[in-house]
Design a protein around this ligand. Structure first.
Ligand code: SF4
Length: 435
């Protein structure tokens, strides 16, 4: 293989994959490889795959097949990430044009394969300046020790590995120096941070938030995603409420609202406990915005259990909630469970859930009308000749929640004030406040 000078990187899946790809790109750019937009012009094509559920596996496979089919002589096709961690042999067999396969966490090996002297470039700061837009993800841990019976991530990523505090503070400062106005904290379970470093259960994150809050300064937002329900503690709630730059927003995937189903999922099943921390969050931060996600059609789910989920979602009134159909996944506890639910029933339940949630989200959004909020601008455009901007307030996490559209002029990356005049099911509408 001639020494490659250009690469084209395709990243699929979740924000944690985005962070891994960014890490790989820092190594490649450090090794003086140039990124190119078109796969056909690259010396090396790299795919960072997702293997979480069947749907994402199919998307990954489709992308790999297309790139393999379009590969020209002399090009190198590398496939890595979660899908190949699980199914390296099957992926190779399905796309013969693949040259190299890697699993997860092997980014240095990929870079070495492309003739990068990894040890020489690993930590050179100027190779790190890559923040596109006002936000950046900060991956605080990887892997997971939880026993959820529908989830294959522990098999893909292994057990919990928290990034050391010093490294996270340094990375946070680097991202802010590179232009980030918001850091979105991600991991499989962010609330478990530090438990593998000897910290008592659920006690590490409040301390990490305090250290990051001080390191990035009062103007940089810190947003918490992927909290685990039984680790949403009074200490965490207090810390979120006390720190000026931790936005009053929490993403806490709950997966179901029926205790019986939660038991079969091997998830925290004390539903009253969930109601309690939701009350505590709202008492400590009356403007708090809550996001969650559920699974419809878990093996054995009866209509009555689904009704419990609907009633639970109605009672808790999450601002944002997603619902996925259960995905049969090899190597998980639920794979051979009896009572697998037919696809059309799963889909029908998911659709019924989303129709109800649309009404709840729309109602929750009305409480923002009349408010003036800081907003991060992500895009600009015009409507009937009037300049408009699109972006997010503390109410919207990147890529998963709605947007705010506002009349006025600003630039991507700007932090501005917006007066909310109208609300939709997911989006808010208003005008920029001249400042
Ligand atoms: S906590 Fe999340 S990542 Fe961990 S096993 Fe459960 S669903 Fe999977």
């Amino acid at each position: 293989m001639a020494v490659p000078r250009t690469y084209h990187l395709v990243t699929l899946g979740c924000p944690k994959n985005d962070v891994d790809s960014e890490h790989l790109e820092r190594l490649l750019v450090g090794g003086e490889l140039l990124p190119v937009l078109q796969p056909e012009t690259a010396d090396a094509i790299i795919v960072n795959t997702c293997g979480f559920i069947e749907q994402s596996q199919e998307q990954s496979m489709a992308a790999v097949r297309a790139l393999a089919a379009g590969k020209r002589d002399g090009q190198t096709l590398i496939v890595a990430g979660c899908m190949t961690q699980l199914y390296a042999g099957e992926v190779r067999a399905e796309a013969p044009g693949i040259d190299h396969v890697f699993g997860v966490g092997q980014w240095q090996e990929v870079a070495r394969l492309l003739s990068v002297d990894v040890d020489a470039v690993y930590d050179i700061p100027e190779h790190n300046a890559k923040v596109t837009g006002p936000s950046a993800y900060l991956k605080i841990s990887d892997g997971c020790d939880a026993p959820c019976t529908f989830c294959v991530i522990p098999r893909i990523k292994g057990g919990l590995r928290s990034a050391p505090l010093g490294l996270l503070v340094k990375e946070a400062r680097r991202l802010v120096a590179a232009g980030a106005k918001e850091l979105v904290l991600v991991g499989q379970d962010t609330t478990a941070w530090g438990e593998d470093l000897g910290m008592p259960v659920a006690s590490g994150l409040p301390g990490l938030l305090r250290a990051l809050s001080e390191a990035v300064g009062p103007d940089t937002w810190l947003r918490l995603m992927y909290a685990y329900p039984s680790r949403v503690t009074p200490a965490l709630i207090e810390t979120m409420a006390a720190l000026p730059n931790v936005v009053h927003y929490l993403d806490v995937p709950l997966q179901h609202g029926s205790e019986a189903v939660l038991r079969r999922m091997k998830r925290p099943h004390n539903v009253e406990r969930v109601h309690a921390f939701v009350r505590e969050l709202r008492a400590a931060m009356p403007d708090v915005v809550l996001r969650t996600s559920f699974i419809a059609g878990f093996p054995g789910e009866t209509e009555a259990e689904f009704d419990e989920l609907m009633a639970f979602a109605k009672a808790t009134r999450f601002d944002h909630a997603g619902c996925f159909t259960y995905s049969l996944q090899q190597w998980t506890g639920a794979y051979e469970m009896p009572g697998q639910v037919p696809d059309e029933v799963k889909q029908d339940r998911r659709d019924r859930f989303m129709r109800q949630q649309q009404r709840i989200s729309a109602k929750q959004a009305t409480r923002f009308v009349g408010k003036t909020l800081p907003m991060l601008v992500e895009g600009i455009g015009d409507a009937e000749g009037q300049p408009v901007v699109a972006g997010r307030t503390y109410r919207e996490a990147p890529e998963v929640d709605g947007l705010v559209f506002a009349e006025g002029q600003a630039q991507p990356g700007d932090r501005v004030l917006v007066r909310i005049e109208e609300s939709g099911e997911y989006d808010l509408f208003g005008s920029l406040v001249p400042g």
